[in-house]
Design a protein around this ligand. Structure first.
Ligand code: 7TS
Length: 420
């Protein structure tokens, strides 16, 4: 059994993660901020990195670095093997059929922009409808808006309920408009809602739409199988799942990627170039113009290994326990409003404190060594739904503890006394 998990010797209880071992793997956590031990509750913005990821990147640069797919020399071969090995790791992680379906990008934002540009250019005509939901991050709204402007298409929005869940009947009514593409988040970054994505994909595909799933907030907390979900595209960012910044993945159904024009031109994405004509490279290289982020891919592979060592099921159980614990503490305070009351949630406690501005709360928590995010979380339509300018958001990673939740609430009680 891996070092991060403790089996129950009686065999009655599920395995538990060894939180001390997990925390010891994250050097950044062992520091004081403003004279207090750091409590990091901002993993939805970006997670911290285990030493195995940091070491894998350093080792790659110490030993193996060269450009990929080009050189005949040994280092280039090693770098190419490392890069393509990472692609295979991502394929297995998402349950994709082949590595032809795994395109490396800078992250979720770039993955979605790639689809908006390439799928958009190839398939979206004037008068077409693209459907998003009310709970999307700006990066799953704005690229579609820009595409609609370019192509004379219409952006439609499927609303959510006041609990922060998808309104399925309203979703079906929007599908009656026969959108060419439906873009939905798997997990909401502002509310924590886990959407019933398989069911939404089925409905959308039955209505004739292609479906993109934004998995940025899902991949760190849930195991994902793109074949089971049956989506056409799935996007995620490495940096939210313990990997470095600047690397992410777009899964795309092979037949669709084949049919789509490339979005950026340059090296890597071609097979032959003359001044009259360019023949494009095979998948997935057709969508990866220029020298890629090889060290990022190496780090992503190490991060997926780390997550698999612990097991997403064990990570989810640990984080659900923390979220339940925090939600119960919130319920004891009548001035504490949890924003987002979905039945299924992952990783996020978004809240508003009566009489206190979220930004003030965030800054005062920082003075206690507690890192949270305060703001609109790049999901302004979610804030508009709840008629709030902002919320405070505490978000969880595998390294968080109940003691940290206790510290969060002790500090919030203090801040409330000072401000109100
Ligand atoms: N989609 C969702 C659901 C997200 O939460 C984010 C980032 C993105 C897309 C964009 O990801 P990127 O890696 O390309 O930037 N969300 C957040 C957040 O909640 N706080 O900071 C970034």
């Amino acid at each position: 059994m891996p070092q991060f998990v403790q089996e129950d010797t009686t065999g009655i209880n599920p395995p538990r993660i060894d939180i001390d071992a997990v925390r010891a793997a994250f050097p950044i956590l062992d520091q004081e901020v403003k004279g207090k031990p750091l409590v990091y509750l901002d993993s939805a913005a970006s997670s911290q990195k285990p030493v195995s990821v940091i070491d894998a990147i350093a080792e790659y640069y110490r030993r193996d670095h060269a450009n990929v797919h080009r050189g005949v020399h040994t280092l280039s071969e090693r770098a190419t093997d490392a890069y393509e090995g990472a692609r295979e790791r991502c394929r297995a992680f998402l349950g994709a059929a082949g590595t032809t379906e795994i395109v490396f990008t800078r992250g979720t934002t770039e993955s979605i922009n790639l689809v908006a540009a390439s799928f958009g250019e190839t398939f979206v005509k004037p008068g077409d409808v693209i459907l998003v939901t009310e709970m999307e991050h700006h990066s799953n709204i704005v690229p579609w808006q820009m595409l609609c402007q370019r192509h004379g298409a219409t952006l439609a929005v499927a609303p959510m309920t006041d609990a922060g869940e998808m309104d399925l009947e309203a979703f079906d009514r929007q599908l009656d408009r026969q959108p060419v593409l439906v873009a939905i988040t798997h997990v909401s970054n502002a509310l924590g809602t886990v959407n019933p994505v398989a069911a939404l994909v089925r409905r959308a595909r039955d209505a004739g739409a292609k479906v993109l799933v934004d998995g940025a907030q899902a991949v760190p907390h849930l195991s994902v199988d793109v074949k089971a979900l049956d989506c056409d595209f799935y996007a995620f960012s490495g940096h939210k799942v313990y990997a470095p910044t600047g690397i992410g993945v777009l899964y795309g159904r092979e037949s669709l990627l084949e049919a789509m024009n490339p979005w950026q031109g340059g090296g890597e994405m071609i097979r032959e170039v003359t001044f009259d004509h360019t023949e494009y490279n095979v998948l997935p290289h057709k969508f990866e113009a220029g020298t890629p982020n090889v060290s990022g891919a190496v780090g992503l592979k190490a991060a997926i290994d780390f997550v698999d060592d612990i097991g997403l099921r064990n990570i989810a159980a640990h984080e659900s326990d923390l979220l339940r614990y925090a939600t119960a503490k919130a319920a004891e305070r009548e001035w504490f409003r949890v924003v987002g009351q979905a039945a299924a949630k992952a990783g996020v406690l978004s809240f508003d404190i009566e009489g206190a501005h979220p930004n003030d709360v965030g800054m005062m928590l920082d003075a206690e060594g507690i890192a949270v995010r305060a703001g609109h979380h790049c999901a302004m339509p979610v804030m508009q739904h709840f008629d709030l300018p902002a919320t405070v958001r505490a978000s969880l990673g595998v390294y968080n503890t109940r003691e940290e939740i206790d510290k969060l609430f002790a500090s919030i009680d203090k801040i409330r006394d000072l401000l109100v």
